[in-house]
Ligand binder design. Sequence first.
Ligand code: HEC
Length: 149
Amino acid sequence: MTRTGWLWSALGATVLALVACGGGSGEGLDANGRPLSEGDDPGGPMTASFRSIQSHVFTPICTACHAGAAAPRGLRLDAANSYALLVGAGSIEVGSLKRVAPGDAANSYLVQKLEGHQAVGARMPLGGPYLDAQTIALIRQWIDNGARP
Ligand code: HEC
């Protein structure tokens, strides 16, 4: 390798290392290029993203019951567990349905429980107050859009 060639590869490696360390412009952005903090602020408006639903609904409302080892139906809705236990995961109450079936809100048991037409048990959140139509619509939209993390 020539002397200049070596210099150029060393330079390239340095740039790569900088990018890998998060020094690039992608830092703090999600897969869609939006800031990671979007929807994390419970004071901000809710959007049809998983992170926003987590911070506006699951964490403040559902984890009152759905957390820890005694979570009803094993469904933990804290931020560390909710996605894996919802998306593509079978419902315990109605085994033929997924809790969240990506792309199919109508056949997602989560939606049925929130709207109050579930085949088993009570409407969620248990005892109310129930989610307003706008909030449920955003959850339906997130699912119909593919239920991405
Ligand atoms: C006051 C306690 C309480 C709160 C708050 C609550 N739940 Fe539940 N949840 C339960 C109980 C108890 C069950 C099992 C009995 C039943 O379904 O009626 C249950 C069952 C479920 C199931 C069925 C799981 C399965 O696998 O079949 C889903 C889905 C669910 N809850 C979602 C939610 C969501 C989403 C919220 C927040 C919007 C929420 N729950 C808030 C107590 C609660």
